[in-house]
Design a protein around this ligand. Structure first.
Ligand code: NAD
Length: 264
């Protein structure tokens, strides 16, 4: 993946990819896509999701050609990050790519006006979505430096641009991920590490159906240039591109993938 020979491609043979939030609706799709493209994948998610995560990794690895393992970990725990990185090194010898996909999204449970959010609600979401994302970058950076470079793909959201109502803490957290992406790109660029974000629009997955009515989802679909509901597969090309050698001169960017819903 990392462009050692001057080639610009989207092959991932010999590349180790860590995907967080792997047991969620979208994270699992990334695990399958990377393993299918030849990468070795360390899938991680909270310990409570270990059964689902292990089953997912087994299935993705069996389909190949890349391998996949599951290592439980909370992204807000430095100890857990150390274990995830150690597992990647032990299984596959390195870390080249981090997809910082984990976040509290479905975990928000219900949308509420900002006047009804508690300070605990706020702190919990910012702690996971922002601090945990930074902790991941901090944990993998030394391994990426050792490997001669790397790719970080953070997962933002179009709500950071739209200011969608009902979950101000989540919206603020994704805007912070965009800022973190730019800061980390500046700091890690000299080490050959690119840091970008993908901002999905509303994806029709279980998490979205928990938080929104069918009518809300249909309205979002109609507001897109491409006029249809978005599925996890729609994100795969953008994430793989930013993780690949082909994306090697793109950094500090947030790539909106929403079928033409927001143009900013
Ligand atoms: N679904 C959408 O419409 C949508 C839109 C824009 C952005 N996103 C983003 O895409 C990503 C995936 O979304 P999803 O729909 O799969 O959400 P999801 O809620 O189904 O999955 C999130 C995953 O993150 C994990 N997670 C939560 N807290 C964690 C922690 N502390 N440590 C480790 N893992 C933790 C959860 O266990 C879960 O598996 C998230 O970053 C989300 O914010 C989703």
């Amino acid at each position: 993946m990392i462009d050692r020979k001057g080639t610009r491609d989207m092959g991932f043979d010999g590349t180790t990819v860590v995907v967080t939030g792997a047991a969620g609706g979208i994270g699992g799709r990334y695990v399958h896509a990377f393993a299918g493209a030849g990468a070795n994948v360390v899938a991680t998610d909270v310990p409570a999701a270990s059964e689902a995560g292990a089953a997912l990794a087994e299935k993705a690895g069996a389909a190949g050609p890349g391998r996949a393992v599951f290592e439980p970990g909370d992204i807000t725990s430095d100890d857990d990050w150390a274990r995830v990185v150690a597992r990647a090194r032990a299984e596959f010898g390195a870390v080249h790519v981090l997809v910082n996909n984990a976040a509290i999204y479905q975990g928000i449970a219900a949308k509420r006006p900002l006047t009804e959010l508690t300070t605990d609600d706020w702190d919990t979401v910012l702690r996971v979505n922002v601090r945990g994302t930074w902790q991941g970058i901090r944990a993998v950076a030394p391994a990426m430096r050792e490997a001669g470079g790397g790719r970080v793909v953070n997962i933002s959201s179009t709500v950071a641009r739209m200011g969608a109502p009902g979950f101000a803490h989540y919206v603020a957290s994704k805007a912070a991920v965009d800022g973190l992406t730019r800061a980390a790109a500046r700091e890690l660029g000299p080490d050959g590490i690119t840091v970008n974000a993908v901002a999905p629009g509303l994806v029709s997955d279980e998490a979205t159906r928990t938080l929104n009515t069918d009518d809300y989802i249909a309205t979002a679909a109609r507001g897109r240039a491409l006029g249809r509901e978005m599925v996890p597969d729609d994100l795969v090309g953008a994430v793989l591109f930013l993780a690949s050698a082909a994306g090697g001169f793109v950094t500090g960017q947030t790539l909106v993938v929403d079928g033409g819903g927001v143009f900013t």
